[in-house]
Design a protein around this ligand. Sequence first.
Ligand code: ATP
Ligand code: MG
Length: 557
Amino acid sequence: MIKKIWKDYSRYLKVSRKESKLALLFGIIGALLETFSIYLLANLITNLGYKNSIIVIEGFNKFGLRKEICIIIFFMSALLSAISYFISNKNIIIAKCQIERFVREEITDLTLNIKWEYYLQISQGDISKAIISEGQNISEGYLYFISAITYTFIAVTYLIACLIFVPNTFLILLVYGIFAYRIYIYYSEKADFYGKNLSSITSNIGSWTSAIFNNLKYLRSISRDQIAKKESKEIFLKFTNSYEKARVASYKSKFITELLTIIFICLLIIFIILSGSNTSNLILSLSLFIRMTPKIYNAQSRLLDSVAMSSWPKKHLEKIEIAKKFEEDIFINNRKFKFDGNIIFDSVSFNYPKSSTILKDINLSIKKNELIAITGKSGIGKSTLLDLLTGIIKPNEGNIYLSDININRININSWREKIGIVMQQNFFKNDTICSNISLGRKINKKKMKECLLKSNAWDFVNKLPNGIEESIFDRGIRFSGGERQKLALARALYADPEILLLDEPTTGLDLYSEKELLSSINQIKGSMIIIIISHKKEVLNICEKVYELSNGGLKKI
Ligand SMILES: Nc1ncnc2c1ncn2[C@@H]1O[C@H](COP(=O)(O)OP(=O)(O)OP(=O)(O)O)[C@@H](O)[C@H]1O
Ligand SMILES: [Mg+2]
C-alpha cells in the first residue's frame, strides 16, 4: 500500500523537492530535540526532591549537571524543538501550495494545447473542475503524504531514543508499533476502496453542473429545470457516501490505535513496576511513550487520508497521458509569417474522429483582397472549412497553402494574428467592452470608436451608461444576438486583420442592420480578404465570387 501511495505522489516530490526535504529534516531535528528535552525533564523531575544542586543524568555514565544549567538546556532544547516543528510544518504548506499551482498550470497548458477535435469532446465543467479541484485535492493528498512521512520519521526517532535511554521498555514499544501498523494496513484498504471513486464522481458533478447551468434559460422556459434537482440529489449522495466512508476509515483507525495506546500504557506501568526499574526510568519511558503515540497515529491517519485521496493523482496522470496523446502538433518556427494574399486548398478532405467524411476533395484558390462567399446547406461543413483555414483542425488528406507555403510549415500563431473572425456564436469574457474588443492588444480609443462605427455598434454602445467601459456579464448574454454580432465584428476589425472570416454575420440582424453591415463590408472591401458564409441573397450579391458547398464538393456558382 505504501508503495502504491509513493507511486501516486512521488511525481510531486520533484516539484517541491527542497521544501519536502526541509520538512523532513526539521521534523527529525524537532523530534531529536524533543526527545532530549523530555529525557532531561524526566531526570529533573526525579531529582527535584533532593537538596543536591547537581543532577545525575542517567545513561550518560552518570554525568552530573547543575540544576540551573539543566533547566536552561531543557528550555533551549524544548524551544528549538518547537521552532523546528514550525519550520517543518511551514515547508509542508509551501510544498502544498507549489504543487497546487503546478497542477493547475499543467492542466491549463495541456488543455490549451489539445487538438481541437478532441478538445470538443471534453466537457467545460470537467475542465473547470479539473483546474479547481484537482490542484486542491492532489496537493492536499500530498500534504497528508509528506506529513505522514515526517511523523513516521519522528516516531522512529522516538523509538531509537527509547532503545538508547530505556532499553527494557523497547520491546513493548516495538510490539505496539507492529500492532499500530497492522491496524493501518486494515483501514488503508478500506480508505482506498471508498476513495477510489471520489475523483470521477467529482468530474460528473462538474460536467453535470455545466450542462444544467449553461442551459438554464432554456430549461427554465420549458419547466425542465426540475430535472436538475432530481439528478443532483443522486450524484451528490454518491459523493457524500464515498467521502464519508473514506474519511471515517481514517478516524476509526485513529480510535482503535488510541485504545491500543491506553492498554499499552497500563501494560508499560505494570511491566516497569514488576521489573523494579527506578522512578526516573518510569517517568522517562512513560513520557517518551505518551509523546510518541500521537506521532504514530498521526502518521497513520495522515497516510490513510492520502490513500483516500489517491484517486486524484491517479486520474490526473491518466488524463495527462491522454492529453499528451492528442496534443496539437505545432510546427515550431520562429520566423514571422508574411502573407502575400494567396490561399490554396489542394484536394482537402476532413472528418472528425470516428465520424464520416465531412469535406471531400475540396479545391479552392483565393487571391489577395478578394471578397468571396461560401453557401450551402446547414451541416454541410462551411464552418469546418473556416476551422481548417485558421488551422485549429488539420486536413486528413490534401494540403492548405498560404503564400505557397504549406500551413503545417508556418508559424501558426503568426498566421492567426492576421485573422479577424466573427463566429456563429460569439461569446465574450466578463470584462468591459473595451477590453473585450482590444483582447490584450494596446488600447487606442480613437481606433476603437472607428471599429465600432464600422461595425455599426457605436450607436448602442454610446448609449450605455459607461460607454465602452460598460461591463459585459455572463459572456455577453445581456446583449441581443444582433448586438453581439456587431461587437464581434468591431473586435475582428480592431486587430487590423489581413483576412476577415464572417460566419453567418447577418444572423440576428434586422433588415436595417443587415443593410448597414453590407455597407460596412463594402467599405472595407478590397483592403483585405473577406470570406463570408451566408445563405442570404443580399449578402451573396455583394461578393465577387460565390462558392457552393455540397456533397459533391465545392463549386463556383
Ligand atoms: N466535433 C465534432 N465531432 C463530430 N462531428 C462534428 C463535430 N463538429 C461538427 N460536426 C459535424 O460536422 C458537420 C459540419 O459542421 P459545420 O458546423 O461545419 O456545418 P455548417 O455547414 O457550418 O452548418 P450550419 O450552416 O448549420 O452552421 C455537421 O454535420 C456536424 O454535425
Ligand atoms: Mg456553421
